[in-house]
Ligand binder design. Structure first.
Ligand SMILES: Nc1ncnc2c1ncn2[C@@H]1O[C@H](COP(=O)(O)OP(=O)(O)OP(=O)(O)O)[C@@H](O)[C@H]1O
Length: 244
């Protein structure tokens, strides 16, 4: 598999004397679903800020072989635009005329199971729906690599499970490369081919694990002994680092 994203010994700090990443290295290959998991403040979102060029003053090398689309933690939908108008925004930003962009967005909203909501406003949608619209908007950037920053963290437990299954199906269908930030070990195990663990600020990726499941998987697979073993190994790693 080809590498589409390379972080090579990247060091970064927002302020002097407070290193966020030191010699952080990892790669993501085409078509992979990779999760980054780690305690609050360890620098996960900073990796996305570096990848999207929001932060530029770093040491080391960052290589992006393909265009990336970024979905932030909060959905950031515009309340005055309908679902279709929100979804078409990415296309409009690339210079596509609003009418054409909306037609295109409508086609994808249908494919993503949102056909009945095209003319509704964000305030009329549930949290899960809003995240789906936000995902479609990111998807419509046309980027082959998607950076998803804790997209489901604000959802209730059941909606979260449904959204994970929805995202899983979309990933299988559309064959995107995904880098996904989460705090939820089970979510990472269900969705990922590989999990990268950050244990504290200033270190970068401390451990990497291949998820011992085939790409075609079901939620019940999370109960397999080898998956449970990995879950507890990761939890223990994180637990030791979190001070209350
Ligand atoms: N613009 C900024 N200026 C100064 N410090 C910042 C800035 N953004 C983040 N930080 C600090 O950098 C560290 C890493 O932040 P980052 O958002 O990458 O963490 P995170 O692992 O994504 O956390 P969380 O899981 O809570 O979202 C934190 O200590 C944070 O306070």
């Amino acid at each position: 598999m080809n590498e589409v994203l390379v972080f090579n010994r990247v060091s970064f700090s927002y302020e002097e004397d407070k290193l966020i990443l030191q010699d952080c290295s990892f790669t993501v290959k085409k078509g992979e679903f990779v999760s980054i998991i780690g305690p609050s403040g360890c620098g996960k979102s900073t990796i996305f800020r570096l990848l999207t060029g929001l932060e530029k003053q770093y040491r080391g090398a960052i290589q992006l072989m393909e265009k990336v689309g970024y979905m932030p933690q909060r959905d950031l939908l515009f309340p005055w635009r309908t679902v279709a108008e929100n979804a078409s925004l990415a296309l409009e930003c690339t210079g596509v005329k609003p009418k054409k962009a909306k037609e295109n967005a409508l086609r994808y909203l249908e494919l993503f199971g949102l056909a009945d909501y095209c003319n509704k406003y964000p305030k009329n949608l549930s949290g899960g729906m809003r995240q789906r619209v936000s995902f479609v908007r990111t998807f419509l950037t046309g980027a082959p690599v998607l950076l998803l920053d804790e997209p489901f963290s604000a959802l209730d437990a059941i909606t979260k499970i449904k959204m994970q299954e929805w995202l899983y199906t979309q990933c299988v269908n559309w064959k995107k490369t995904i880098l996904f930030i989460t705090h939820d070990v089970e979510e990472a195990l269900f969705l990922s081919d590989r999990i990268m663990v950050m244990t504290e600020r200033g270190t970068g990726i401390a451990h990497e694990f291949i998820v011992p499941l085939p790409r075609q998987r079901m939620r019940e697979d999370l109960q397999r002994t080898e998956v449970l073993r990995l879950k507890y190994e990761i939890l223990q790693m994180l637990y030791q680092r979190v001070a209350l």
